[in-house]
Design a protein around this ligand. Sequence first.
Ligand code: DGT
Ligand code: MG
Length: 566
Amino acid sequence: MYDIEHEAEDHSRTIVHIDIDCFYAQVEMIKDPRLYQIPLGIKQKNILVTSNYVARKYGVKKCMLIADALKVCPNLEIVKGEDLYDYRKMSYQVTSYLQKYSVLVERLGLDENYVDVTQLVDERLKHQNPNIDVRGNLFNNIAETCVCGCVERLKMGSVIAQEIREGVLHELKLTTCAGISYNKLLAKLACSLHKPNEQTVVFPNHAVALMLSLSNVSEIPGVGSATDEILEKINIRTIEDLQKCHFETLIQALNGDRAKWLVDLSYGRDNSVVKTSGRPQSIGLEDSCKVLNVETEVREKFHQLLMRLIILVSEDGRIPTTIKVTIRKFDSVSKVSHRETKQCNIGPNLFSTDKITRMISLNEQSEKKLLSIVMNLFKKLVNTSRSYHITLLGLSFTKFKERFDGKNSIASYLMNDLAVQSVTSIERKNSISQPQTSLQTVCSTDGSENEIEPLPKKSRLGSLVSRCARLGDSDYSSPSKLRVADLRLNSRDSDHGDTGYLDTVASSREIECPPNADKDVFKELPSDVQQELWEDWKRNRSHEDPHDKPFKKAKTNTLLNYFLKN
Ligand code: DGT
Ligand code: MG
């Protein structure tokens, strides 16, 4: 028998759960402020997925059929909400904003986030008077004390939650609700108690009361319809049923861990941690339709999806290495639809990176190449020589790699950065000399499927500085160059395998600027890089090409080599 009473409970954390009010509707109201004053519904197909609070006063509810909503609110303004682009964008802006308060921010859907503010609370309590009042609402309205100090922490949590919400309103023009407690379950439930634009704190002594206020086990976050059905079969409907149930029966119905987890939840206990949400593993779009049975139309639809998707991916900033096609086929014999997917790898060189914004994009050639890859996948799923009936097409990118991915991510990052700058210089100095092959490859977007982004060549830094000198190019005072310097210094600190060389370069004497380098650029570089450039220049001056390639042969143990290896 699982004895909940004897399990010690931890109140040490402070968790804030944030939920954006009528999310899609707020995004639309920001776009068209006229909508703030009038009842607004957001529709997807023939249902309302949400409405603003003006509409809710008329009785408009989530998931109502449009026709029903118009019956209760004839002057309801309806905006299409099928395209999630703006919602997704705003959603990530909110998460980014919350990350100012903690690294532990976990996204839950598009409009909810958990923020673990434990550390911030502890810091504030060290410096501020702990005798503060709860901001917002207090569940059950009874103040209490607890020997572990959680009451003071939760009060401070409520102050922070209020600051967060004010910040989101000020920066992003969104009103939100917050729940504050010592675990995720209670914070989430508290959040929904007072809406819109309010916040609620739950203290430990009221956790069970909050759970018992739920009308049904299905209201427990995490209990889906499958669990709900299983519980119904063993006559567990209410929270009280769950608390009082025969534990062995529950274990037989669910597995042991899940049974224990559920009983814990029924008492308001939840020790799950706030997991930092990474960026999405897949970015995709789908479009459903009544019927698609002509190849040219399929191609056109995929083209539209692809263009839209590229915008999403470019904002994400990572490069996808897999593309996936999804279809929903309607079988006219069995009268059922089913989904199928097919995916394949794509070469990162299909994408190019904008030199200034660093956003990724596709050129026309790559666009055609990708579309033909998509159509090939489609044809693997559908025999286009026979009649077919498609009711949904989807495209998604997955398996992302960072622009500076891999073991030597820092190195690749700075070298890519240099590569981009070097390309700029080549473009500008076309009349001066032929571009180096390696740099051409870096900026190539020929769309070859198997092409791997070339590793930067060792001579780029040298080329960069020397070209810069010849062109008098102001681009090279860009912050990315300074980043290069910082990263090199950091890497050097963490490495002990190359000390002979690094000890030499760590000296603070001034290093002479090679005559072919821009003095201002050179001055900005860290001394070790300066040293290497000077050495390289000395080594190469005997066979220097008067037009270019002053650093064509780097020595085997250079810093550039060091970066490539590490
Ligand atoms: P709230 O939090 O009660 O003030 O209102 P919302 O609109 O923020 O509702 P919420 O938090 O449940 O959902 C966030 C957004 O997700 C909402 O604005 C629209 C969308 N959404 C909600 N429920 C559904 C649904 O059942 N289907 C679809 N497709 N979207 C939904
Ligand atoms: Mg919401």
